[in-house]
Design a protein. Sequence first.
Length: 284
Amino acid sequence: MTQMLTMIAAAQLPVLSALLAAGTLAKLWTARGEAEPGVLSRLGPAVLVADRWRVPAMLGCAVGEAALVVGLVTTGHPVFRWGTAAFFAVSTYVLWELRRRRPDVGCGCFGEVSAVPVGLRSLGRTMVLTAMAVGLVWTPRVPGWALLSGMTWTQAFAALGGLLVLAVLSPEIEEAAARLRYRAPCEQRPLDPAHALGRLRASATWRSHRRLLSSVEPVDSWRELCWRFFVYEGLSHAGEPVEVVFAVYLSGRHPAVRVAMVGFDGQPVEKRPLSESMPVSAGR
């Protein structure tokens, strides 16, 4: 019986490492640029400190998790196992405080995805992780990579069981699924103009009109609903000065690219462009 419990506890090492690695990456992503304005004001533990310390707090937590991951995977030293147990024990206390003092904020365990207010499931998850980490302390001091390379089917099923328990206790899975189901309309989705410009320059329409342009840098650009327009100075096939206007559709893997040549009076100067043309709005 003791041997079986030891085997089950040891099998949780890759589970703990995976959870810590996922938390590290998610926190770094969230702290890097705040995917939504003010997101750190709705996440723990950043919400417990002053505004100017919120990003450092999130980054510090990520660095600590990364150090534990490296230690668990590469060595069997007890300091990393005790450190992991202490980390999850402190996390349980922090979540309890968040639930008591700020019941409106999320745990921030996996960055912005963990924005759901802290509930019993989130608390239960950190308690289970604490128990897993404490159990790991009493197992043979084998590095994580060695355990993974020599994992038996029994250990694999034990690790899978641990993952399933954690999945049941993770509200983030439901949040992520809801985000995947919802997709904002094209006209409401943000898209970097540089990304649209890259799509333009990779198109056959661009290649067929490149020789007509005076410069590869646009003189004007604007967005209308699902289209991004780029204006270049150039010459028509007859040698007249024109504005070459490209329109790039902002959705799809192979977006449509249209082109029109317009005189400086705003009127089309060619009836038969090299590729299908598209009307350009008069007011831009």
